[in-house]
Design a protein around this ligand. Structure first.
Ligand code: ADP
Ligand code: ADP
Ligand code: MG
Length: 460
């Protein structure tokens, strides 16, 4: 492998995940840490840790200049950006390339194209991938009114530069249009420095289905099947599964083929995910966006495919071919990931940072925990609240659900609040077990959960 040392430009569980993949390939690692993460698990596991700045991400994990200088100064030939932070920053990918450092991800050009949902929609249209009815960039409110009428309610305002569920607002009636436009535009400006919005028809009974792509620099583009990520709160994923259950074979194959065609068309090279919305009432699917990075939920695909996605990313970044062909990909079993967040479900999922006085994850066959936490670890208040991911592999969906329930029940955590009790509640729901879910389902479940439990508190 023409790589020897990798800078990990991220933190938390994904930094640990990247260090592990590097080790499995015999690569050295340097982890760039903020002052809050000096003693992190990734820092302990890596060959070296370099503190690049204070806790605030804008002074550390988002400092392109410091990260590049650290990569060059420590003799790294590559930078792995993980997810979030600089992973979808085309300027950073370009700066790495200009300085002779390999960015472990696709080209800056591909990041730029797919980072803008309006450009991505244009490209998907060229490839013949179905799109939900939508608009070009909305510049003023009067134009929005006309387009919303054409598309028909409900509609969504979406930020062209959006990600992580931010800048999305649903509009159910003409009266909501103006406030939704204003809040979405302000949120997009604050989160992404770009207030460009567009409209898309809102699919009421929808499932989120996404296809994992792997592509190398030798013209090979393959898929590792699809994931269902319909369980969301505020447009953010909470629990993911692979494969997506209950899709008929024709639809499943069309979705996979659309994802591969899109990636091939843009000359994509790396791991990536093409996201779709499936209209469950009409059996149709529409392109949502492409995420040009490793995703939080990649382990469910790894579990059913037996392929290390991060190792493949490193291989193809080094110019090597993928280690598998499409024919060699065999998907077996059913995997579920539960995102364990340091949050208080009963206080509206407010962050719950602090010291872990106990952290005893369950162990067993078909069980994987991706986490940077340990007993005594202090979860800093500066970053997102993910403390770990519990991934189970079962023979089928109901076996995976049972395993996940048991594993969550055996998970002992103290010192902070987590989403574990809420996840147990979700897994126990008859609708979930029967697969009667859509992207709205979890919102209702979480509202009822909070209402029921806070009632109980008052009575007690
Ligand atoms: P998604 O939910 O879009 O598939 P992941 O769950 O893999 O993405 O999210 C990775 C992390 O990066 C999450 O913490 C998410 O909030 C964050 N994130 C994703 N896209 C962006 C973005 N464009 N800007 C800021 N944060 C983002
Ligand atoms: P982000 O970049 O923030 O991840 P996406 O376009 O991927 O934005 O959408 C995030 C989520 O919002 C989807 O997973 C889905 O739950 C919901 N969503 C997006 N577009 C639609 C739509 N047209 N109809 C229904 N739900 C949608
Ligand atoms: Mg998305």
């Amino acid at each position: 492998m023409p790589l020897s040392r990798v800078l990990v430009a991220n933190r938390g569980e994904i930094a640990v995940r990247i260090v592990r993949a590097c080790k499995s390939l015999g690569l050295e690692t340097v982890v760039a840490v903020s002052a809050a993460d000096r003693d992190s698990m990734a820092a302990r596991m890596a060959d070296r840790a370099v503190c690049i700045g204070p806790a605030r991400s804008s002074d550390s994990y988002l400092r392109q200049d410091l990260l590049l200088a650290t990569a060059l100064g420590t003799g790294c030939d590559a930078v792995h950006p993980g997810y979030g932070f600089l992973s979808e920053n085309a300027g950073f990918a370009a700066a790495c390339a200009e300085n002779g450092v390999i960015f472990v991800g696709p080209s800056a050009e591909n990041i730029r194209q797919m980072g803008n949902k309006l450009i991505a929609r244009d490209i998907a249209r060229e490839v013949g991938v179905p799109l939900a009815p939508g608009s070009p960039r909305i510049t003023d409110f009067a134009q929005a009114r006309g387009i919303a009428e054409e598309i028909g309610m409900p509609v969504l305002f979406k930020a062209a530069a959006g990600g992580g569920g931010r800048g999305i607002r649903i509009v159910r009636s003409a009266a909501d249009l103006k406030p939704a436009f204003e809040t979405a535009s302000a949120e997009a400006q604050a989160a992404f420095g770009d207030n460009a919005l567009f409209l898309e028809r809102y699919i009421d009974n929808a499932r989120h289905v996404e296809v994992q792509i792997l592509a190398d620099g030798h013209g090979t583009v393959i898929h590792l099947g699809e994931r269902d990520c319909s369980l969301q709160r505020r447009y953010q994923k909470v629990l993911e599964e692979a494969p997506a259950f209950g899709l008929d074979a024709a639809l499943r194959n069309e979705i996979r083929a659309a994802a591969v065609a899109l990636a091939r068309h843009i000359g994509y090279c790396s791991a990536g995910t093409v996201e779709f919305i499936v209209d469950a009432d009409r059996g149709r699917f529409f392109f949502l966006e492409m995420n040009t990075r490793v995703q939080v939920e990649h382990p469910v695909t790894e579990a059913i495919a037996g392929i290390d996605i991060v190792a493949e990313q490193l291989r193809v970044a080094a110019g090597e071919p993928l280690s598998v062909t499409q024919e060699q990909v065999h998907l077996t079993g059913h995997a579920i990931e539960c995102r364990i967040n340091a949050e208080s479900p009963l206080r509206g999922f407010a962050p719950s940072p602090g010291r872990l006085t106990e952290w005893a994850p369950p162990e067993g066959d078909g069980l994987r925990i991706d986490s940077h936490a340990h007993e005594g670890y202090v979860i800093p208040p500066f970053y997102d609240s993910l403390v770990g991911k519990l991934i189970v592999l079962g023979t089928d969906r109901s076996d995976a659900i049972e395993r996940a329930r048991r594993a969550l029940g055996d998970f002992r955590v103290a010192g902070i609040e987590t989403t574990i009790p809420f996840l147990e509640h979700v897994l126990a729901q008859e609708d979930f077990r029967a697969g009667r879910i859509n992207t709205k389902w979890l919102e209702g479940v979480s509202e009822d959960y909070i209402a029921d439990h806070t009632q109980g508190e008052k009575r007690a």
